[in-house]
Design a protein around this ligand. Structure first.
Ligand SMILES: *[C@@H]1O[C@H](CO)[C@@H](O)[C@H](O)[C@H]1NC(C)=O
Length: 439
């Protein structure tokens, strides 16, 4: 009873602590402050890294108390006001005892107009350059679970350590897997500080694809003039209503293809500002398997037969093929991988590969036959295909066979007995006759 109440009390205390921890302010984030050091002549651009702390708050007044208590440390310290709470994710806080730390980096940022066709209209009208004269930083965060990625642009009056988030771009799908032919959603959304003079002057969204040095524009949307760039990829879409109303800049690919595998960069432009997040897409399609010949012909003991297994339509390339044999007794054993061919690529970008196995009844103990199974292990799942075969004239005596053999033996014995009796009988008669003559 006392034990129970202790546990009860402890859990109550734990619960209170938990609630308090959750209701208290946003996490303090550890970040690397990375800055380019322009060397003499401005040519050598080495970078310097310094540890820094970010005190995040959704409420501007909260920082006053914090800033007093936190000034002592030697680290760079910033107080970030983030009304949208984008940086308030508990997962951005370093979980105790966890090996994977959230990643965070801050860099100085220089506001600049862009020449890109879908961005240029944003800076056509004259902006208030005074607003731009401030300290600007760009910060990027990735949470410990590798799920969220956040990129934000912050502004502080020159020399101040109190920053306001002006633009933040986030994605909740750092990496996405999809089957072939399915619609894909790559998450990206943005938030603009409504009190900033840059808000309401339009935005642009751009999705770019990158894979092994190959890059292309997937989609570019000028939200100010409501225009899409002509270079748009087929089947790629934005939810235009969502992008204007909720800042939902997610990319929709109507039908996943193998060539869609790669890195996608979602870039959001405001006049003079830009922030981006990267999302990885992997198209994973398990193979289709077929075993040839099917059905397998009958085999005579001592004969050998070649079976082939064809895996096709899979992506990515990596595949493990092997063979198994399931005997009449239901037991399965491995027959190795056979001889595997090189892969080939089909018109739709999927891969194909096959393996051949020599079924030698003289060497492999295959009994009276059974099932030959081809096994393909792939990122998208394990697939199996099988074909049954029989070894004919195979003579491990069964009970019936033994009985029959005994029967045959008995009949033979009877027959021999009969024949020999007849012959020996007649032979002695002749001898008798001979004896009588001699007498
Ligand atoms: C963004 O838009 C897409 C497509 O309409 C939708 O599926 C997705 O749920 C939206 N995301 C958010 C966060 O609203």
């Amino acid at each position: 009873m006392t034990e129970f109440s202790t546990i009860y009390k402890l859990s109550l205390v734990a619960l209170i602590c938990f609630v308090q921890a959750c209701s208290c302010s946003c996490p303090v984030l550890e970040c690397w402050f990375v800055q380019e050091k322009t060397g003499r002549g401005g040519l050598t651009a080495a970078t310097s890294q310094e540890k820094s702390l970010l005190y995040i708050s959704t409420d501007k007044h909260r920082h006053d108390a914090e800033s007093q208590s936190a000034q002592s440390g030697s680290d760079r310290v910033y107080f970030v006001n983030d009304p949208a709470g984008t940086l308030c994710l508990p997962s951005l806080k370093c979980p105790r005892g966890s090996a994977k730390k959230p990643q965070c980096e801050i860099n100085p940022f220089l506001p600049h107009p862009s020449d890109l066709k879908w961005v240029a209209p944003l800076t056509e009208s004259t902006m208030s350059p005074i607003y731009l004269q401030a300290d600007w930083f760009t910060t990027s965060h990735q949470d410990a679970k590798q799920m969220h990625t956040i990129s934000s642009i912050t502004r502080a009056p020159t020399g101040s350590k109190e920053h306001d988030v002006i633009l933040s771009v986030t994605s909740e799908t750092l990496s996405v897997q999809s089957r072939l032919g399915e619609p894909v959603l790559l998450d990206c959304s943005f938030w603009v500080d409504p009190s900033s003079p840059l808000s309401g002057s339009g935005f642009a969204v751009e999705w770019r694809y990158q894979f092994r040095g190959d890059g292309r524009l997937v989609l570019a949307y000028d939200g100010k003039t409501d225009r899409l760039a002509d270079t748009q990829e087929e089947g790629a879409m934005l939810d235009f209503e969502g992008v204007h109303q909720k800042g939902n800049a997610s990319l929709i690919l109507q039908e996943a293809k193998v060539r869609h595998s790669g890195m996608y960069i979602c870039t959001v432009y405001l006049p003079y500002l830009v922030a981006q997040v990267a999302v990885e897409l992997e198209i994973v399609e398990p193979p289709s398997l077929a075993v040839y010949p099917s059905p397998l012909p009958l085999i005579v003991p001592g004969q050998s037969l070649t079976v082939q297994c064809e895996a096709s339509g899979f992506a990515p390339l990596s595949l493990e093929l092997s063979w198994e044999f399931k005997g009449a007794d239901g037991k399965t054993r491995s027959l190795g991988s056979g001889s595997i061919t090189g892969h080939r690529q089909a018109w739709d970008g999927t891969y194909g590969q096959s393996t051949r196995l020599e079924l030698d009844t003289a060497q492999l103990d295959l009994g009276r036959g059974g099932e030959i199974i081809c096994v393909a292990v792939h990122l998208g799942g394990t697939r199996r295909a099988s074909s049954t075969f029989n070894v004919i004239g195979f003579s491990t005596p069964s009970i019936e066979d033994s009985m029959a053999m005994v029967g045959v033996a008995l009949v033979l014995y009877g027959l021999i007995k009969f024949v020999s009796w007849t012959f020996i009988g007649s032979g002695s008669e002749d001898a008798d006759k001979q004896g009588k003559k001699d007498n």
